[in-house]
Design a protein around this ligand. Sequence first.
Ligand SMILES: [Zn+2]
Ligand SMILES: [Zn+2]
Length: 122
Amino acid sequence: MTSSYLRGDDISAPLRIHADRGAASVCLEWADGHVTVYDFEALRWLCPCAYCRGEAGSPGWLDSNPVLTSEQKRLVGLEPVGGYALCPTWGDGHHTGFYTYTALRAHCPCPACTAARSAAGR
Ligand SMILES: [Zn+2]
Ligand SMILES: [Zn+2]
């Protein structure tokens, strides 16, 4: 079974986005009924910005396997960007990561998506 998100197609914005600071998690409800929940720390590790991921072949900050401080794992804001992405702001002031909805769905940590990714060899 190949779902559209595994082919890398753009997927539309979630119907509902809810950041729960008490549970330290972000819940995304997709148009197809799927629900994706990231805990804040998992979301921080996915930061796609050039600082975290590196650019032009040089490693990024996250590649150095840093120990995240509680501030670096604390979500303080979550803004939609242009209908295709979310831009979180973290407790340490970091806010340069644009998480596309496609990437957020593709990295969905739920058991069904994790199983689908390993079946697809990713
Ligand atoms: Zn970053
Ligand atoms: Zn999932």
